[in-house]
Design a protein around this ligand. Structure first.
Ligand code: OAD
Length: 269
């Protein structure tokens, strides 16, 4: 850990942006199941689905209300959860580093926002489970899912009253969760693609925490950052492809993100 802290401090003394790139592992200590962990399964009828099968436009088009039920259940889990010390450490980093700092998160659970991460420096590149947008994309705007739409229990169906509220305020057509699905692409208006890539090319430090390195834009952030000469560090309980890159750069911390991010924020005070 000391070597990683020293590498972060040295990177801070160079010009450039400081990026924190977070994944589901940062929210695991708040009790939210990770994406590829064993507790990610969801049952519809007699079939068990893995998130990668349900979080798709294809599944939504085929069985929209089953996909909505899954998201409204997960929205309830996320609302029950509380930000943990890792989320709070990143809020401290944002206030310590000001405009240099950028938080790029894959998490749709909203815990960074609820911890107080400033919107201006927080980029939710996979969307937000508390928001919805037009399923026909009549506009790129997104709206909060109405509070009158309750959280669902596991395998509870979406009620007719909730279905009537899950509509696009503009065209009246069906709404969809504002999240990036596996068979969809990043873009700037909804997922900050260009902004995040640009910040990565200016990075002096990329702190990766709690991700299995399976998705595209996070790979672009790490590789663009490394190419720009940024120090890469990886915080995870397990080895992962970003750790291989970090081993040759700022080093790795093999342990829970909450404690490691707290140590980083304390050290960079
Ligand atoms: P994953 O579930 O793929 O990976 C979670 C990572 O966190 C794993 O590498 C775990 O080892 C690690 N981990 C678990 N607990 C941890 C802890 N307490 N401290 C530190 N690390 C811990 O989740 P992501 O990598 O975030 O995208 O998945 C990325 C994306 O895959 C998700 O955003 C989702 C999915 O495609 C969309 O929904 C578009």
């Amino acid at each position: 850990m000391d070597a990683v802290l020293a590498a972060c401090r040295a990177a801070l003394d160079r010009p450039g942006r400081i990026i924190a790139l977070t994944g589901a592992g940062v929210s695991a200590e708040s009790g939210i199941p990770t994406f590829r962990g064993k507790d990610g399964y969801w049952t519809i009828g007699a079939r068990e689905y893995h998130p990668q099968e349900l979080a798709t436009r294809e599944a939504f088009d085929e069985m929209p209300w089953s996909v909505w039920a899954w998201y409204l259940y997960r929205r309830g889990v996320c609302r029950q959860a509380e930000p943990n010390a890792g989320h709070h450490a990143l809020v401290r980093l944002a206030s310590q580093l000001g405009d240099r700092f950028a938080l790029v998160t894959q998490n749709v659970d909203g815990l960074h926002r609820r911890a107080g991460s400033p919107d201006a420096h927080t980029f939710a590149i996979h969307g937000d489970i508390s928001l919805m947008r037009c399923a026909r994309d009549c506009v790129a705007d997104r709206w909060p899912i109405p509070d009158a739409v309750p959280a669902l229990a596991r395998n509870e169906d979406v009620s007719p009253a909730s279905k009537a509220l899950l509509v696009c305020p503009r065209c009246g057509g069906m709404a969809r969760p504002h999240v990036l699905w596996f068979d969809e692409s990043y873009d700037e208006p909804r997922f900050h693609l260009d902004t995040v890539r640009e910040i990565a090319t200016q990075a002096a430090l990329v702190i990766v925490a709690g991700t299995s390195a399976q998705t595209n834009l996070p790979w672009q952030v790490v590789t663009l950052g490394a190419r720009a000469g940024a120090t890469i560090v990886d915080i995870n309980v397990e080895d992962n492809p970003f750790g291989d890159i970090a081993e040759r750069s700022g080093g790795v911390v093999r342990g829970p993100a909450a404690a490691a991010l707290t140590a980083v924020a304390d050290h960079l005070r």
